[in-house]
Unconditional design. Structure first.
Ligand SMILES: [Fe+2]
Length: 245
């Protein structure tokens, strides 16, 4: 899947300077287009389960979620490695994950697991509020994103941005397209401005680092989540379930 060698140390140097780095033309575009078609048909035909959650658990079934709230509006598909489905998707992400570990050796932290996901931001509704990523106070999160859409043809306005080390807001989607990979330090604020246009919208795949523990099972995790946020999530899921009946 990776068709060109890259130098992890060069990427890391750029990230340490500005917060992000883009590796151009290193993935097979034909394979990415196959994955993209599967995702687009999945969001048309699959049943939507819970809203987007913060903490999947080991053994969970693959699922497609949709959230439309004050923080985000997106479809997110979860493709867990233990389910042995959608192998192409997981194979590509596991190769990119290996590269991420070379760029960020810190990601080899013993308690971190990763799972594969895709996100679809439909035109004229999709967005994600600005935020910083964290797993816990002592673990930094270094992310990668594989774009499966192109700004200019799939959507015209908005898209992924990062506030870089100088404080400048950089529209990443204006710099990347199919075949490229974005690496960034999740401690820099990032988000997705409302995606606008007439095509399929903005699509991406990436693997999310997490600790695979249900908040209910971990007093430490539960401490980090406010009661209000926890209850709101539970109520939202109950409401979604009720709506689908
Ligand atoms: Fe994030």
């Amino acid at each position: 899947m990776i068709i060109r060698e890259v130098e992890p140390y060069q990427l890391r140097k750029l990230i340490d300077q500005s917060g992000y780095a883009i590796a151009k033309n290193i993935l097979d575009v034909k394979i990415l287009n196959d994955i993209r078609s599967t995702i687009l048909s999945e969001i048309e035909t699959s049943k939507i389960s819970d809203s987007v959650v913060w903490s999947p658990y080991i053994g969970e079934n693959n699922k497609l979620t949709y959230s439309n709230d004050e923080f985000q509006c997106m479809y997110r598909g979860y493709v867990f490695p233990w389910n042995n489905e959608n192998k192409l998707f997981n194979n590509v992400l596991s190769e990119v994950d290996t590269l991420r570990n070379l760029v960020f050796p810190e990601m080899g932290h013993a308690t971190i697991g990763k799972y594969s996901t895709y996100s679809v931001y439909r035109n004229n509704e999709g967005f994600l509020k600005g935020h910083k990523d964290s797993i816990s106070s002592d673990v930094s999160v270094f992310q990668f994103i594989v774009p499966l859409s192109d700004k200019g043809s799939d959507f015209e306005e908005g898209g992924l941005y990062i506030i870089d080390s100088t404080g400048e807001k950089i529209n990443i989607d204006e710099k990347i397209g199919l075949g490229d990979i974005l690496f960034f330090d999740g401690r820099y604020e990032h988000g997705v401005d409302l995606v606008k246009g007439s095509g399929v919208g903005r699509i991406q795949m990436f693997s999310i680092p997490t600790n695979f523990i249900r908040p209910e099972d971990s007093p430490r995790l539960l401490d980090q989540i406010s009661t209000r946020k926890f209850l709101r999530h539970k109520i939202r899921n109950l409401r979604n379930r009720w709506k689908r009946k």
